[in-house]
Design a protein around this ligand. Structure first.
Ligand SMILES: [Zn+2]
Length: 255
């Protein structure tokens, strides 16, 4: 049995003191791969160093996070694009829209998102979409670009059943993480009619730790709590969750 944590920022300073043991515990809990979503130029190097340090486990994405879209976003895009031209990355991510914190740069967020979606098509790799308080808006952007060639995942999906259905109709996957274990999140209901074949697993570490660690620092080994809950919601075994979601991630990310 093996799992893939498709979204984990374990290169961040939160893990500087114990990254080795974090990887060790992940492997002990059958997490065989950890995909690293990029944020911005302030952390790209740390991310790439982590990938070099754990080549069997960690695989990097490249992109500009919507929360890092500020005055200098064009420079940031140039840097990300430059990296993408130098070597192969597993995805363009994480990219998207975030209307939770700050709406000052909404227009720029849209521009950066559109542009990076086109990059993904150009390099023939998936997009990893951040859609906090903007699920419908992100769905609209994907719809605009979907010509049958765009592939990707709505990371940390926390929308409703209707939004889930729209996303899988657009041929994208739903990234399921700790939110599924939160009481009254409604995510169990939202994915009730969604087949496992459309889901991939993620932690979004260090954020969104699942119950019983809610509010604490998250880490890839905690994926097991998401897996247990998903098995329960879908009335299948943990082994089946592992087999299907790992195959989905391998299919989507081509690994
Ligand atoms: Zn993230």
């Amino acid at each position: 049995m093996k799992f893939i944590d498709t979204h984990s920022h374990i290169y961040l300073p939160e893990f500087n003191n114990d990254r080795n043991s974090i990887i060790y515990f992940a492997e002990k809990e059958s997490v065989s791969k950890i995909f690293l979503p990029a944020i911005d130029a302030a952390t790209h190097e740390q991310m790439l160093e982590t990938e070099i340090e754990y080549p069997e486990v960690c695989v990097a994405m490249m992109g500009l996070h919507p929360c890092s879209v500020k005055e200098n976003y064009l420079d940031e895009l140039k840097i990300a694009r430059h990296y993408l031209e130098k070597r192969r990355f597993i995805a363009v991510g994480e990219i998207g829209l975030d209307f939770y914190w700050d709406k000052t740069f909404t227009a720029e967020q849209y521009k950066a998102f559109h542009e990076q979606v086109e990059w993904a098509k150009h390099f023939d790799i998936p997009v990893v979409i951040h859609s906090r308080n903007s699920t419908d808006e992100c769905i609209d952007v994907v719809k605009e670009h979907q010509n049958g060639k765009l592939k990707g995942v709505f990371h940390c999906f926390s929308g409703n059943a209707e939004q889930a259905k729209k996303i899988i109709e657009l041929d994208l996957y739903l990234g399921i993480g700790g939110v599924l274990t939160f009481k009254n999140s409604g995510l169990d209901k939202a994915i009730e009619d969604i087949d496992l074949s459309h889901l991939v697993l993620e932690t979004d570490a260090p954020y969104l730790a699942p119950v019983p660690f809610r509010g604490k620092r998250n880490e890839p080994s905690y994926l097991k709590y998401v897996v247990q809950k998903l098995a329960e919601v879908k009335s299948v075994t943990v082994e089946e969750v592992a087999a299907v979601t790992t195959a989905n991630a391998e299919n989507l990310f081509g690994c």
